[in-house]
Design a protein around this ligand. Structure first.
Ligand code: AMP
Length: 401
């Protein structure tokens, strides 16, 4: 069911409470990646340009829930947001519920933007506390959910706050609208051939998404550490590669399902291996098929890159989640790089490409292809939950269009 959007909502002279996801990585207090802040700009600008008063709220990190902690303050985010908007962002207090915060909101002028301090300084954010939600809901006339990275959660600001704000004033922002368009609608009836590219460390995280997408897919490409659980299930020697022994049964089930549904399941046929899980110290060797004991697979080899690229090349829809190897380390980044470039090339040729957040988004940025992809999600866990086909309560409760 399509939801009411911020574009169609009257905001002039209204206080608009926007749940954003400004959970950005901090390195010694400096923001090392501001993608999530930039992703929220269209909604914030649209409110300010139309004379609305944008009151932004977010969490950052995992503070203890017992009050202010300098290391998790959103103050650097307020500063960065001000630079990106080219207007000052009000940041009134160290507590999102105190009188200074409420007073500053009441004193806002049309077009101003204010950021509340970290919601998770209150335990009530995670527990969905009623009094906490009442206080936040009292700040505004309109509620906007533009926090895609948090949409799979049930925190107070995602559920209890909009539940209190009543019909006619609860809408999605531009970011959430775009994420749903690509991660749900584009995949509900994908243009074919449809290729799913999965990698990363944990096979267990990705099994529900594979099961959900498999009936629609033409190709499933599996690289990264998760491939070794599948290869072991097929009886290959994987040396000391990372394997989730307790998921071998499920891997066998997926292999059987792929066979029944005539999906081409592509696993690595060669491997870049090392004797140690470090960037520089171990002995490096490439193996085809079986990996020698004492070695672990840390990237897909050249033949696998070629085979995976061929599967991606003719696709009309590609979903990518998870790197093909330990791309953070120079000796093991080529597989992920070639696959990222292959997806970008396919997109240039008319394919719709959707990249799940987290490591694959970071890899797409590192290899300079992010801007050539159709959509790079801002949500890691949320994008995976959407690929699993899970309904998001935080979106469902918003007003229908
Ligand atoms: P995930 O969060 O499950 O998507 O995993 C991402 C992480 O998987 C990245 O940090 C990669 O370094 C890591 N990774 C990818 N391939 C391998 C591999 N073959 N062995 C160990 N770790 C890997």
């Amino acid at each position: 069911m399509p939801k009411q959007t911020i574009a169609n909502t009257d905001v002039a002279s209204k206080r608009v409470l926007v749940r954003v996801d400004f959970n950005v990585p901090l390195d010694n207090g400096a923001i090392s990646d501001d993608r999530r802040i930039r992703a929220a700009l269209p909604t914030i600008k649209s409110i300010a340009d139309r004379g609305g008063r944008a009151v932004l709220m977010s969490h950052l990190g995992r503070p203890g829930g017992e009050g202010y902690e300098a290391g998790s303050s959103l103050e650097p985010v307020a500063k960065r947001l001000g630079e990106l908007l080219d207007q000052p962002v009000l940041f009134p207090s160290q507590d999102c519920t105190d009188d200074a915060a409420a007073g500053a909101i009441n004193a806002m002028a049309d077009g101003q933007v204010l950021l509340l301090e970290n919601l998770r300084f209150h335990a009530g954010e995670k527990s969905g506390d009623a009094a906490f939600a009442d206080r936040l809901a009292s700040y505004a006339e309109v509620y906007v959910n533009d926090a895609f990275g948090t949409c799979h959660r049930t925190d107070a600001s995602m559920l209890a706050v909009p539940q209190r704000m009543g019909d006619g004033a609860r809408v999605v922002g531009f970011l959430v609208e775009k994420e749903i368009k690509y991660l749900s609608e584009a995949i509900a009836s994908p243009a074919k051939p449809f290729t799913i590219v999965l990698g990363g460390a944990k096979v267990s995280d990705k099994l529900p998404a594979i099961e959900n997408l498999l009936p629609k897919a033409d190709h499933i490409v599996i690289g990264g550490a998760m491939a070794y659980t599948f290869l072991k299930a097929l009886g290959h020697n994987v040396g000391s590669s990372r394997v989730e022994e307790d998921r071998i049964k499920e891997a066998k089930h997926i292999i059987a399902l792929a066979g029944e549904s005539k999906v081409d399941l592509h696993l690595p046929i060669d491997h870049v291996c090392s004797t140690q899980f470090t960037e520089n110290a171990g002995d490096l060797e490439e193996f085809e098929d079986h990996i020698k004991d004492g070695y672990m697979g840390l990237d897909i080899g050249p033949k696998s890159r070629l085979r995976f690229t061929q599967a991606i090349k003719g696709s009309k829809t590609v979903v990518w989640n998870g790197p093909m190897g330990v791309f953070e380390w120079r000796p093991f980044r080529m597989g992920t790089r070639i696959i990222a470039e292959a997806i970008a090339d396919a997109t240039d040729a008319g394919c719709t490409s959707v990249v799940g957040g987290g490591d694959s988004a970071a890899a797409a940025e590192t290899f300079g292809v992010a801007s050539r992809l159709s959509h790079v999600s801002t949500g890691g866990g949320a994008s995976l939950a959407m690929l699993e086909g899970k309904p998001f309560e935080a979106v469902e409760l918003l007003d229908d269009a």
